[in-house]
Structures are given as structure tokens and as C-alpha cells.
Design a protein around this ligand. Structure first.
Ligand SMILES: NC(=O)c1ccc[n+]([C@@H]2O[C@H](COP(=O)([O-])OP(=O)(O)OC[C@H]3O[C@@H](n4cnc5c(N)ncnc54)[C@H](OP(=O)(O)O)[C@@H]3O)[C@@H](O)[C@H]2O)c1
Length: 253
């Protein structure tokens, strides 16, 4: 399939590992120019190097930066403009689970909401006018479960992303911009294998009880959907929340 993504300028946050990295690699294979953002320079540089070696062209550039910093949107956009021009595609993947007690501190709430909602909302808000000028754009948010098992700050933040993205999608649709969210279930990344389910026996039990297909997914299981949603082919899909979870979601709404 020709996704018609050649030379599209794409920003991927959380690109040093996991889902962000998988999406960046797949988008590079489709000919996108890539700005890779996450905090730690070393793993990010490795992803940059690997992509450029694979494509045999310098199409990926690493920008080690914290997306929660006040000036992050400006830094990221200026870097993209300098390397390629204004962004066509924004993939918001930086984030992480924040399970906590019911009485978490204000500082914990602020950190979790900032990382998983406010930072991506601010970055998107700065980028939308640039997409409006081109009359084309794609925003894809990697969110997560909103069926809480406990108090998890990320659940509340991801719910906020879903509601905000739905509203935004309706307002910018006339400008050729789509806004969609993808909710992963359990895909094999560091946060799932090392932090959420480090114990192999617990992992097996969790899979048996919760995941109808019977296994944790690969990051690419989500990456292929992101490539499709990023492409011009997906122009009629917007405001959606799509689950990539092997059937884990149990509620019909
Ligand atoms: N994997 C799953 O099944 C699953 C399930 C539910 C939700 N999710 C969501 O999917 C997204 C990607 O998760 P993942 O599994 O790929 O997690 P991961 O392996 O932990 O990767 C997270 C990425 O985000 C970056 N990051 C974290 N904080 C950042 C910050 N303040 N500024 C810039 N970059 C930051 C990390 O790099 P640095 O540490 O170098 O900054 C890393 O590249 C997250 O939003 C997560 O909540 C994933």
C-alpha cells in the first residue's frame, strides 16, 4: 500500500523507545522526515542513527528535550522548521502510567497531568496554526486505558486527552486536519514489561484473565495503525479513539 507519506514532516515525542520508537521507524520507512523528541540524549541518538542507517539518508534528527518544560513547544517547532519546515504530522507518545494512592499529593497530580495531558495539549495548540496554513495536518495521541482498576493519574489525564481531542477534531476538520487517539492495552515496552508486569507468572495470569487474544502485543501492532492514521488515505477518520489491545477493553461504549 502506498501511504503517500513521502517528505511529510513528522514530530514524534517519546521517540527514544517503546511505541514512539516503533512509530518513528515505520514512518521513516514510508518516507517521512522525522524530529525525534525525548529527554535522554543517548537512547534517542541511537534511534536517530538506526533510522538514518536503515533509510541510507539523513531523515531523522534527535532533539533531547523534556516535553513538560514551558518552552518545549517553541523549541520543538523551531527545530523542526530549521531541519525541514513546518510540521505536517504530530505524534504525541511521551507519557507514562502514574498509579498512586487515592490521596496523592498535589505535586504528584500536577506532574502526572502535565506529562500526560497538558504538555501534549500545549504542543498541539502551537502546531495547529501551522497546519491550518497548509490546509493539512495529522495529530495522533497515544493515550491509554480509561477503565480504572485503581487511582492512576494517567487514567484521568488520558481521559482528558480523549475529550479534548474529540472537541479539537471537530473545530479543525475544515482545515484538512484530523485528530485521533490510540489507546494501547499491553504492548511490549519498558513500561509494561519492566514496570507494570515485571513478574513473569503475574504476567501470564494477567493475560489469561484480561487479554482475549492471549498475549502482549508488539509496539508495531500499534505502529501500523499510526502510519495509516497519519496518511492522506485516512482523511475521513477523525475524532476517533481506537483501541489496540487484543480485545482487553470490556465495555461497549
Ligand atoms: N505500552 C503500552 O502497552 C501502553 C499502555 C498504556 C499506555 N501507553 C502510553 O503510550 C505512550 C508510550 O508508552 P511506552 O510504552 O512506549 O512507554 P516507554 O517505553 O516508557 O517510553 C516512554 C517514552 O516517553 C519519553 N518521555 C517520558 N517522559 C518524557 C518527558 N517528560 N519529555 C519527553 N519525553 C518523555 C521516554 O524517554 P525519556 O525517558 O528519555 O524522556 C520514552 O521515550 C505513553 O503515553 C504511555 O502512557 C502505553
Amino acid at each position: 500500500m502506498n501511504y503517500k507519506l513521502k517528505n511529510k514532516n513528522c514530530i514524534v515525542t517519546g521517540a527514544s523507545q517503546g511505541l514512539g520508537k516503533a512509530m518513528a521507524v515505520l514512518l521513516a520507512q514510508e518516507g517521512c522526515n522525522l524530529i525525534l523528541v525525548s529527554r535522554r540524549p543517548k537512547p534517542l541518538k541511537i534511534v536517530e542513527k538506526r533510522i538514518n542507517a536503515k533509510i541510507k539518508k539523513k531523515i531523522a534528527f534527535a532533539l533531547p528535550y523534556d516535553v513538560t518544560k514551558k518552552d518545549a513547544p517553541k523549541k520543538i517547532i523551531d527545530f523542526c522548521k530549521k531541519k525541514f519546515g513546518t510540521p505536517d504530522i504530530l505524534i504525541n507518545s511521551a507519557g507514562g502510567s502514574r498509579p498512586t494512592t487515592w490521596d496523592a499529593t498535589e505535586a504528584q497530580w500536577e506532574e502526572g497531568m502535565m506529562l500526560n495531558f497538558t504538555a501534549l495539549r500545549k504542543l498541539t495548540t502551537e502546531i495547529i496554526p501551522l497546519m491550518q496554513k497548509k490546509k493539512w495536518g495529522r495529530v495522533i495521541n497515544i493515550t491509554g486505558s480509561v477503565e480504572p482498576r485503581e487511582v492512576n493519574i494517567a487514567n484521568a489525564a488520558k481521559s482528558a486527552v480523549h475529550a479534548w481531542a474529540k472537541g479539537l477534531s471537530r473545530v479543525v476538520a475544515k482545515d484538512g486536519i484530523t485528530v485521533n487517539s490510540i489507546s494501547p492495552g499491553r504492548l511490549k515496552t519498558e513500561q509494561i514489561l519492566k514496570r507494570r508486569h515485571p513478574n513473569v507468572n503475574e504476567r501470564k495470569k494477567f493475560i489469561k484473565e484480561n487479554i482475549p487474544v492471549g498475549y502482549f502485543g508488539e509496539p508495531e501492532d500499534l505502529g501500523h495503525l499510526a502510519v495509516f492514521l497519519a496518511s492522506p488515505i485516512a482523511r475521513y477518520i477523525t475524532g476517533e479513539l481506537i483501541h489496540v489491545d487484543g480485545g482487553m477493553k470490556r465495555f461497549a461504549h
